[in-house]
Write a protein that binds this ligand. Sequence first.
Ligand SMILES: Cc1cc2nc3c(=O)[nH]c(=O)nc-3n(C[C@H](O)[C@H](O)[C@H](O)COP(=O)(O)OP(=O)(O)OC[C@H]3O[C@@H](n4cnc5c(N)ncnc54)[C@H](O)[C@@H]3O)c2cc1C
Length: 434
Amino acid sequence: MYRHTLLWFTNNLRVDDNPVFEHASNSEHLTCLFIQHPRENRTNRFGFKGIGRHRQSFLNQALVSLDSHLHTMNQSLECVENGYVDALSQIILRDQIEHLVTSRHTGSYEQDALKEIASRFPHLVITVLETHTLFRERQLPFALSELPDSFTPFRKKVEGIKIDAPASMPSRLPPRKQDYQAKPATGEPTDNAFNGSEQSALAHLEHYFSGDLPSTYKETRNGLDEWECSTKFSPWLALGILSPKRIIQRLNRYEDEVVANDSTYWIYFELLWRDYFQWYAHKWGNKIYHQTGPFDRKPLTSFYPDRMKSWIEGTTPYPIINAAMRQLKATGYQSNRARQLVASCLVHELGIDWRYGAAYFEEALIDFDLASNWGNWQYLGGVGADPRGHRQFNLAKQTQTYDPEGLFIKRWGGEEMMLPINRVDYHDWPIEMK
Ligand SMILES: Cc1cc2nc3c(=O)[nH]c(=O)nc-3n(C[C@H](O)[C@H](O)[C@H](O)COP(=O)(O)OP(=O)(O)OC[C@H]3O[C@@H](n4cnc5c(N)ncnc54)[C@H](O)[C@@H]3O)c2cc1C
């Protein structure tokens, strides 16, 4: 039994299926903490922030929800804005922490902070639990260094491994030692369809599996616009408000009680993709950000500010791209098909270094997940886990297939302002436009 434990929440902002609680309970006192790093609100070297307005509101809602859940268990959530090492050090000293419990994270800032804390406080016991993936690393039938370079061999090796049952919820937690002046989280409402509370996540999960949508997922999942064409689990999964194991458990129940078919299998298949990118990020560390990827390929290195601006604002010569980018800006969400098209367009039609696209997505997406985002961008940038190494979508053909009547384009104003790709000539003179 420890005297004082610190529970640092990162990518596990939930009470359901969260094994950190069991480990944090073995203590006389407990401090629950969330740290927002100020770096996220600074402009990075690509010219974007680490978090935009959609995800920030969604995150605030998640924090309010977690705090109120913790109150029912005799606890509360302290939210601070500071660098990770400084924030953790201050609380370890203030509360004389003996045990730190947290969730495993693919982020290097989070991992480096834990290393620094371990060296600053050698007496501290640190427990890191795997809450973000379907599998634990030890369940993988290969060493992490042997993770296959592409998805299919990974899938073949892990398919069939039994996924742990979700952890049970604690009824009570050790108390705080005293009430500190914690900065309370605020969760203002958002203008998009997602709400960051855990209650909304679980209600959405239940709603999705209570109709017949899962039984047609494979046919509808490539839709560009309709809310019901795919699961929409991603924003909750990304912040760990919803557990991937809970989804699998609910999916299995649906398969037992309603139907098991190609579509229900495909939901599992897509969640395996998510797990693949998590392990890919764990394996390759910072190489997930490298322009040449983990395999030292040679991508485009060019950058054109005016083309980038057109891409972001949806004023390229391609209506389907414009519609998708306007949708992203307005809602923080874009379908998987649209993400593939806009990434392909950035790299191939616009000739821009893929990392600028990934960095913009990091700011703009409501469901930004480090591993899924940078892993998918490397894939489409031709430097990642794609065995073909080159993937360019034919935008006219894709428009014909996925928006034959132009409804998506019309809804998001994809033809409102279409500018030519080049707006300056070779000598940087503006080209006159009609
Ligand atoms: C360039 C690019 C960037 C992306 N960035 C992110 C990101 O930051 N965060 C994120 O969660 N997803 C990302 N994806 C993957 C995918 O587009 C989204 O997960 C999906 O569109 C979310 O909608 P959904 O929950 O309805 O997905 P569904 O089609 O219902 O899929 C179910 C779940 O499977 C997982 N999944 C599906 N496709 C993928 C995939 N290609 N890679 C990883 N996981 C997948 C997601 O967790 C998703 O919620 C990206 C894809 C591309 C091409």
